[in-house]
Design a protein around this ligand. Structure first.
Ligand SMILES: *[C@@H]1O[C@H](CO)[C@@H](O)[C@H](O)[C@H]1NC(C)=O
Ligand SMILES: *[C@@H]1O[C@H](CO)[C@@H](O)[C@H](O)[C@H]1NC(C)=O
Ligand SMILES: *[C@@H]1O[C@H](CO)[C@@H](O)[C@H](O)[C@H]1NC(C)=O
Ligand SMILES: *[C@@H]1O[C@H](CO)[C@@H](O)[C@H](O)[C@H]1NC(C)=O
Ligand SMILES: *[C@@H]1O[C@H](CO)[C@@H](O)[C@H](O)[C@H]1NC(C)=O
Ligand SMILES: *[C@@H]1O[C@H](CO)[C@@H](O)[C@H](O)[C@H]1NC(C)=O
Ligand SMILES: *[C@@H]1O[C@H](CO)[C@@H](O)[C@H](O)[C@H]1NC(C)=O
Ligand SMILES: *[C@@H]1O[C@H](CO)[C@@H](O)[C@H](O)[C@H]1NC(C)=O
Length: 499
């Protein structure tokens, strides 16, 4: 889990950009937060003349309907179970109302912005525009505590964000890899299960913050392709251990299933895209996947940040985008974090849920260790969990002392970063078994896990996740906010998934 790189490093200017220069409308504060994000300090008022590139998130009147579809097609007891939606259907459910387009277009036109010059996302829910703003320094990151919009637009616009570049490059080298996850095969009853290479199933992991995977020449492993989103890097001479871990376990356990490593460009405060945040990078990644006709059915991400890093509308937007992925039949898994109930190193502070692991539409994976398994707590690396709007994690898997091959040497890796790709691999194998039985992918997992799949998980009842100067929560019989419903038993899960 690479949470720490997303906060604490920023020491940037917070400028007053609240008075966006849209003329002729009655303005009203649309969104405000009381304190700056961690690491940000208030700087100076912005210069009025500079152009600000903004992304506008338009209201999505059918988001409730999208969630309803998701619940129905993810619920094993529903007649529509497994009837996932197409790219076109999901984009339609994400689309803003025609009236919203009309009023926003009129508003832009009133300020001399030609609608035909405005870029938009594939579903039409995002628009990219340039408007006059207040900013003074090229080096400053522009953030504000509040912004105003004409009141007539409040119901039509959900979020305004500084723009980020979108360059969908694709690099497709593929290679073979050496992976040795034999203990997981034994512990989780995977045995020698070998999925098809060509029945349509695929798995993917994401890499953020300059983490990318490389190919080991002597590999006896999977082939995977690398897809770069918004200029993500893929420097073969300088791979990151996070990426190597994800690739070696998620893809090692599922070889020879087709596999994709998504490398997502951007790092907080790093030129050229100083406006990048982990939240906007996550949206870039999800938008990209939603625009695929056949997206990978399982995607694991081992990154996160404290829930407070994003505004509530932006958090909601990100969680909604996972609902859309679920509706497409994609299982989205996130590591639950490595700091127990929170990030304080001593003093008691409010518990800090990790995001997006705490989104309702992802499956959050906590960490265990030892055999028999105990909630993971090794040398300060503690399974993340607790309560947000929803308790998390949902499930767990081993996460301590994973051997990975790094520069030709075996090294240890510990954290929920290990657990998420391992659990994701099990789900990908279940999808393979379902395909062979003529069934579709499991898609959004939680309704199935909580109603059916839990019986195929090993309940973990020992250990806890201390943090914030407290003992955190104990692992207990049944679900608990440390190890969720438990760790996988592939044999049992397969029977349940094929029933
Ligand atoms: C970052 O945001 C500022 C202000 O909105 C904008 O002028 C600049 O072009 C943005 N940078 C990039 C790389 O998008
Ligand atoms: C907007 O741009 C299009 C294409 O460049 C052009 O045909 C149209 O006349 C423009 N509209 C206005 C109002 O300038
Ligand atoms: C979505 O995909 C289509 C083709 O599949 C492509 O033409 C279009 O540019 C993509 N849209 C975005 C916003 O990436
Ligand atoms: C790749 O990484 C190596 C080692 O860190 C570095 O010397 C090289 O400049 C990098 N290449 C690119 C294209 O960034
Ligand atoms: C990897 O791809 C190469 C070339 O496409 C192929 O020859 C090889 O069999 C593949 N290996 C696996 C494990 O699928
Ligand atoms: C706890 O965190 C604070 C603030 O980051 C730091 O100054 C302090 O050294 C840390 N204490 C320990 C024991 O790690
Ligand atoms: C990983 O840690 C375990 C337990 O400390 C140790 O036995 C093992 O040798 C370590 N492996 C590597 C490659 O460092
Ligand atoms: C957690 O377990 C410890 C050790 O068994 C016990 O002392 C403690 O009371 C438990 N805490 C809660 C909240 O149940």
């Amino acid at each position: 889990m690479k949470t720490s790189i997303f906060f604490g490093l920023l020491s940037a200017a917070l400028v007053n950009a609240s008075a966006l220069a849209f003329r002729g409308f009655l303005h009203k504060v649309k969104e405000s937060i009381s304190v700056p994000w961690m690491g940000w300090v208030k700087h100076s008022a912005a210069h009025p003349d500079t152009m600000l590139q903004l992304q506008i998130s338009l209201a999505q009147p059918r988001s409730g309907e999208l969630e309803q579809h998701l619940h129905e097609i993810s619920d094993p007891s529903h007649r529509r179970y497994g009837m996932h939606l197409s790219k076109g259907e999901v984009h339609e459910l994400m689309a803003p109302h025609a009236d919203t387009h009309k009023i926003v277009d009129d508003w832009l036109a009133a300020h001399g912005i030609n609608r035909t010059k405005v870029k938009q996302s594939a579903a039409g829910d995002w628009m990219m525009v340039s408007v006059p703003v207040h900013t003074d320094s090229e080096e400053s990151l522009i953030r504000t505590l509040e912004y105003s919009l004409p009141e007539v637009l409040h119901d039509h616009i959900d979020i305004l964000l500084p723009a980020r570049p979108r360059s969908d490059g694709a690099i497709d080298p593929s290679c073979q890899y050496q992976i040795t996850p034999d203990c997981l095969r034994q512990l989780y009853i995977i045995g020698n299960y070998t999925p098809s290479t060509s029945n349509g199933n695929a798995i993917a992991v994401t890499g953020f913050s300059d983490q990318w995977a490389n190919y080991v020449p002597l590999a006896v492993g999977s082939n995977f392709s690398v897809v770069s989103i918004t200029g993500g890097t893929n420097n073969q001479t300088d791979p990151g251990s996070e990426a190597k871990l994800d690739v070696q376990y998620a893809f090692g356990l599922t070889r020879p299933m087709p596999a994709t490593f998504y490398t997502i460009g951007g790092f907080p405060g790093e030129p050229p895209n100083v406006n990048w945040t982990f939240g906007t990078g996550t949206l870039d990644f999800v938008d990209f996947v939603l625009n695929q006709t056949n997206p990978p059915q399982v995607i694991s991400t081992s990154y996160g940040e404290p829930k407070t890093s994003n505004s509530i509308p932006l958090s909601n937007k990100i969680c909604q985008s996972f609902a859309a992925l679920g509706a497409r039949g994609v299982s989205v898994l996130y590591a639950s974090g490595d700091s127990g109930v929170g990030y304080s190193n001593g003093t008691v502070i409010p518990f800090t849920p990790v995001f997006p692991a705490s989104c309702p539409y992802v499956t959050s994976v906590g960490m265990t260790y030892q055999i028999p398994e105990v909630a993971g707590n090794d040398d300060g690396i503690v399974s993340g969990g607790g309560f947000s709007n929803y308790g998390y994690p949902d499930v767990s898997a081993q996460g301590v002392n994973y051997f990975i091959e790094c520069y030709g040497r075996a090294v240890n890796n510990t954290g929920t970063s290990c657990s998420s790709p391992a659990f994701a691999a099990v789900i990908a194998l279940l999808n393979d078994a379902r395909t062979q039985a003529g069934k579709g992918p499991l898609g959004f997992l939680n309704p199935w896990l909580y109603s059916t799949g839990f019986a195929g998980l090993n309940d973990v009842t020992e250990g806890s996740n201390p943090g914030c100067g407290t003992n955190g929560f104990n692992a207990t019989k049944g679900w608990d906010p440390v190890t969720g419903l438990g760790t996988p038993d592939f044999g049992k899960l397969k029977n349940l998934a094929l029933a």
